[in-house]
Write a protein that binds this ligand. Structure first.
Ligand SMILES: Cc1ncc(COP(=O)(O)O)c(C=O)c1O
Length: 392
């Protein structure tokens, strides 16, 4: 197996990349001058085995309608068993091209217009989009900041559940943007509250494979069958292997009633045909991606440690949140004393960086920025140089 070189800088311009080619959509700036560190996709090539599988599938030359086959399901089951000691059953699987579209359909299926859906703020912006654009009410339960990273505010959560009786809570684990991995005690406490108030928990576990050496991922499905009637977990190979445009995701639904209702909904929208290349890539990734992923995790951990040290010495006004997973850095910029608009301008004009502004993650994200550390180290060096310019 060819070992990956994550330091390799690959030009992504002119590949229709949202991150690199569309970064100046709303900005009157030359994109060639800017370093994009915003969208959550990384700048590494996917594993060689995935590429080879795609080449041979393309060589075949026929791309008629395709379905997920037994190899796909078995490779996913084996992956979760091997990597996460999680037993999944073939029956639990439902699939759709993308986690966000699946979440949107579940929102439509499990709530009515006007009803509330709970998210933990700061929250992934697409959660807000699919909740509000489906005419549901966003209810934010802000996470509590602490020295050890963010924590769930259970008292406030209980108040919300009691007051609004929301049918759904969207959990993100590992959490985008903060990088927290909720542990089994935290998940259990959340599940107990949700069960008491009849709230179904959908756990978006798209980041499950990108765990730092000191972190541990616990799926909502690890917690035992007594909780299974009320939980759904979403997973995908997209973040893990950089396959975001080869869309395929799994919605794991142990409760047969919920599962059949979801399958009916997929069928009702004609969403029962799959992209042959996505399936080939995901199957190969699950089957052959272990060593590549181990190397990636090691590189991402080194990136994070390097970045944190460099921040401490060169950008002392910026504090990095403790994370256990993801390649995202959630940076507290409040000590700089700029409002969000001024901060964004300074980042663009002086630092030449395109980041995700914290306000895009809700009110609790104000004063923060999210930076994507899933890139060759040289980009991080540029980012530190740019950030240091803000006070020079
Ligand atoms: C928590 C979370 N869920 C879902 C997605 C996107 O999933 P998909 O591209 O499969 O719709 C992202 C992408 O950043 C994410 O961070």
């Amino acid at each position: 197996m060819k070992l990956p070189d994550f330091n390799q800088m690959i030009d992504r311009h002119n590949t229709s990349s949202v991150k690199w080619d569309f970064l100046n959509r709303d900005l009157p700036l030359n994109k060639a001058d800017l370093l994009p560190m915003w969208v959550s996709d990384f700048d590494f090539q996917c594993p060689e085995e995935v590429l080879q599988t795609l080449y041979s599938r393309i060589d075949h030359g026929i791309f008629g309608y395709s379905e997920r086959d037994d190899h796909y399901y078995q490779s996913a089951i084996d992956w979760f068993s091997r990597r996460h000691k999680l037993t999944l059953y073939r029956d639990w699987f439902t699939s759709i091209e993308g986690v966000v579209p699946g979440l949107a359909l579940l929102i439509q299926m499990l709530s009515k217009p006007g009803e509330g859906i709970v998210v933990q703020g700061p929250y992934y912006a697409s959660f807000a989009k699919i909740i509000t654009m489906n005419s549901r009410m966003m209810i934010e339960n802000p996470l509590l900041e602490s020295q050890e990273g963010y924590k769930i505010d259970y008292d406030h959560l209980e108040q919300i559940l009691e007051q609004h009786r929301p049918p759904l809570l969207l959990l993100c684990n590992p959490h985008n943007p903060t990088g927290r991995c909720w542990d089994s005690d935290e998940l259990l406490q959340l599940l107990m509250l949700c069960k008491r108030y009849g709230t179904t928990v959908i756990s978006d576990e798209i980041w499950a494979d990108l765990i730092l050496p000191w972190g541990k991922f616990t799926s909502i499905l690890h917690l035992g069958s007594e909780w299974h009637s009320n939980v759904i977990a979403a997973t995908s190979t997209s973040k893990t292997f950089g396959l975001s445009s080869l869309r395929i995701s799994n919605f794991l639904i142990p409760n047969p009633e919920l599962r059949h209702a979801f399958i009916d909904r997929l069928n009702a929208h004609g969403l029962d045909v799959f992209n042959a290349l996505s399936m080939a890539a995901a199957t190969a990734a699950y089957q052959h991606g272990d060593i590549w992923l181990d190397e990636l995790q090691h590189y991402l951990a080194e990136n994070r440690c390097w970045f944190e040290q460099a921040l401490t010495s060169a950008v002392p006004w910026c504090r990095m949140t403790k994370a256990e997973g993801t390649y995202l850095a959630w940076l507290d910029c409040r000590d700089l004393g700029l409002d969000d608009a001024a901060l964004q301008q300074a980042l663009l004009q002086k630092a030449k960086l395109v980041v995700s502004m914290g306000w895009g993650f809700g009110d609790s994200g104000k004063g923060f920025i999210r930076i994507n550390l899933g890139c060759p180290r040289q980009y991080l060096e540029k980012a530190i140089t740019g950030l240091a310019q803000l006070t020079s």
